[in-house]
Design a protein around this ligand. Structure first.
Ligand SMILES: C[S@@+](CC[C@H](N)C(=O)[O-])C[C@H]1O[C@@H](n2cnc3c(N)ncnc32)[C@H](O)[C@@H]1O
Length: 212
């Protein structure tokens, strides 16, 4: 029976790709992912590239291919279950009423939040994890910001935008934050700063932001 694998690829470096993800790619006839994800899997037999503009279309294609009898592996950065492709794929399967006929297997990956917690030596069961990825920043972060635990976040648009949002909502401009940028890559940066400085900064989109 054909299978739909959703495999986490980790934060980006090949050192953090787990063997089970490679096994899933080898088991699938087609592997779908971004260029940075597919570059990690030279063993993939047939590759389909996706980009930010055609994610939905390519995920629907993955589900249709599996329904027609072809095994497919969809690659998701970090872990598929945290702001990854698990949620949209489950929605597509539900909308197509294919819950009973798609054989799904999710292979977890090391999330950028996990690597961030490791770098900063934060036990992440003593922190709060939040994501604004794919949506607007929201005041729900204000409810947890002063509970004494670090808040580990994936920003909405950028770290500067997120910092400005916090300033606009009355957070102390001197409050400590740490930005973890391009985790696991050779040009990784871990920068301790303040909210007011980050609001004026120019980090790339590939950042996890920790608010202390
Ligand atoms: C679509 S979300 C995917 C999150 C992913 N599922 C995870 O578990 O890490 C993409 C966001 O994750 C964060 N991210 C992914 N890889 C990263 C890395 N290597 N370093 C820092 N942040 C990263 C960035 O905030 C990026 O905008």
């Amino acid at each position: 029976m054909s299978k739909l694998y959703i495999a986490g690829i980790g934060p980006g470096s090949a050192d953090y790709v787990i063997p089970a993800a490679r096994t899933a790619v080898k088991s699938a006839k087609i592997t779908i992912g971004s260029k940075r994800a597919l570059d990690l899997f030279p063993e993939a037999s047939e590759k389909i590239y996706l980009n930010v503009k055609d994610v939905q279309e390519k995920l629907e294609m993955a589900v249709d291919l599996v329904h027609e009898g072809t095994s497919v592996c969809v690659l998701s950065t970090g872990d598929p279950g945290f702001s990854g492709v698990l949620k949209p794929i489950k929605r597509i399967i539900k909308d197509k009423k294919l819950e009973r006929s798609i054989n799904l297997e999710v292979i977890p990956g090391i999330s950028s939040l996990q690597l961030c917690a490791a770098r900063l030596e934060i036990p992440w069961d003593e922190s709060d994890l939040m994501t604004f990825h794919g949506r607007e920043n929201s005041v729900e972060v204000m409810d947890i910001l002063d509970n004494g635990r670090p808040t580990i976040t994936l920003p909405s648009k950028s770290t500067a935008d997120m910092a400005q949002f916090l300033l606009d909502n009355g957070v102390n401009p001197k409050r400590k934050v740490v930005i973890c940028e391009r985790l696991s890559y050779s040009n990784e940066e871990v920068v301790a700063s303040t909210i007011e400085k980050v609001a004026q900064s120019n980090f790339t989109y590939m950042c996890v932001m920790v608010i202390y």
